[in-house]
Design a protein around this ligand. Sequence first.
Ligand SMILES: Cc1cc2nc3c(=O)[nH]c(=O)nc-3n(C[C@H](O)[C@H](O)[C@H](O)COP(=O)(O)O)c2cc1C
Length: 265
Amino acid sequence: MNLMWIKDRLKEIGATQGHLATAIGRDQAVVSRILQGKQALSLEWADAFAEVLQMPVQEVLRRAGVLKTPSSAQRMIVGISGATGVVFGVRLLEILRDLGVETHLVITRPGAVTLAQETDYRVAEVAAMADRHYRVGDIAAPIASGSFRTMGMIVAPCSVRTFSEIATGVTSNLLTRAADVTLKEGRKLVLMVRETPLHSGHLRNLLQLAEMGAVIAPPMQTFYTRPSSLDDMIVHSLGRVLDLFDLELPGLPRWGEDSVRAMQT
Ligand SMILES: Cc1cc2nc3c(=O)[nH]c(=O)nc-3n(C[C@H](O)[C@H](O)[C@H](O)COP(=O)(O)O)c2cc1C
């Protein structure tokens, strides 16, 4: 990744690499390594760079070669159901926005309850993070139809009730209808299932879903990346899900790659 264009931009706006270093809380040597492509530009750093460079983060990512297609070409449905871990859905919306992916959001009523229980966000604030937000009862919404083209759908987090509805095709609300449509159209449906322990009925439904083409992706913690915060863990789980859509989360630590080895020494 060649980021030398950043030097020109800094000159243009009268800023220096020191400003970038301050913005990411590192010394200038780290900035030099990033500019030379020797160190990955994480999403968090891209955000900080964007502020100093006075340009949208999507533009920084696009020029860095991370975003390969125009934002309008990518459209994702995000479902938030009432399992614990609502923050997965919230962070997912933030990351997809930074990656320039158009998001279409539906939150179940229990999803709104867990949002209030587990975070300080209001539903309206989370809705504002998406390009479009639909009421869970709005069964006539665009995402209820297969003719509305998307790259797929991620349910984060996914409750037992929601995955059971999808497994049986009952689809009593817009979230489960959109998931059913995603499957019937042969698009990717990823379910970040959150429940433990699981009884045989849960497991049967999950097997049924896997056989129908859904990807069952419980947000399991990864320790080989040496996470230093809860957010590291959340973002890593989301990065692995985005991999399934060929969406590259900048700076995602990967086993066998330099960043992970460096962390282990
Ligand atoms: C704070 C809180 C945490 C919950 N955690 C889970 C969970 O991890 N998994 C789950 O399947 N249900 C969980 N539930 C229960 C679901 O919200 C409940 O089954 C609901 O009917 C799910 O509906 P939905 O799938 O339409 O969102 C939780 C409820 C609350 C209030």
